[in-house]
Write a protein that binds this ligand. Structure first.
Ligand code: URA
Length: 237
């Protein structure tokens, strides 16, 4: 059976023991064993499903998966520490759950952001190959015609030859000089939705993520809650 290996430093962080930087220190200090043998190299490859990993002679067990949804307000960055001291999304969820964000939303984007302590789940949701759809509501200046929608569906170049497509898109509302468009994509490239509209000559003035798969945001701005196992299935169905 093919198994995935990752560095022991990453494994310690994925298993929720500590950050990767701290893991490197602990490993170099000889506190970590893999299958009974001390390992002092942070890049040493392990398989977290099958290898026995110990810190200070205590086996690390896989913690139960926790998933949290947040309705991210604009003005918050999706990073744990920001060099510009801006507000971070981690200030909005309980710190003692030791969660990390699943993908990211720009500072100017609001809406559904998931957090988990399970690295494999994070990969399943964010990896473009897994094709989990993310639904955005973009408010753009000007009118959006069927031709614009067609271009988004057929594929637009966002940067240096990178072409991306919308899986679905439709106009939701037309308000004065703005149009609200619902757009589904399954990739998460940097500022992808904004760049997709830029490439058809349109400027996004507001962007909100309303769903991941069939899991829909149902919280007030800034609110968070745990996602149940049944709800988790909605992401992949
Ligand atoms: N696309 C963007 O442009 N920004 C986001 O935050 C998410 C998707």
């Amino acid at each position: 059976m093919k198994t995935e290996t990752i560095s022991i430093a990453r494994a310690l962080s994925k298993l929720g023991y500590c950050s990767r930087a701290r893991a490197a220190l602990i490993i170099k200090n000889g506190k970590v064993k893999v299958n009974g043998k001390p390992v002092r190299t942070p890049s040493y490859k392990v398989d977290t499903e099958h290898d026995i990993i110990e810190v200070d002679n205590r086996r690390l067990a896989k913690p139960a998966t926790i998933v949290v949804m947040l309705n991210k307000p604009i003005g918050y960055v999706t990073t744990s520490s920001d060099e510009l001291s801006r507000k971070t999304v981690y200030e909005l969820i309980p710190v003692d759950l030791h969660l990390f964000a699943v993908g990211r939303l720009d500072i100017g984007t609001s809406g559904l952001l998931l957090f988990t302590n399970n690295g494999q789940l994070q990969d399943r949701i964010t990896s473009p190959e897994k094709e989990v759809s993310k639904t955005y509501i973009a408010t753009v200046s000007g009118k959006i015609t069927d031709e614009h929608l067609d271009r988004l569906l057929k594929g637009v170049e966002i940067t240096d030859g990178v072409v991306v497509t919308a899986d679905e898109c439709r106009v939701l509302a037309v308000e004065f000089s703005r149009t609200q468009v619902e757009l589904k994509i399954h990739e998460g490239k940097n500022r992808q939705v904004r760049k997709m509209f830029e490439s058809i000559g349109k400027n996004v003035v507001a962007l909100h993520r309303s769903a991941i798969g069939r899991l829909e945001l149902d919280l007030p701005e800034g609110g968070w809650r745990k996602v149940s196992e049944e709800e988790l299935q909605l992401i992949f169905s």
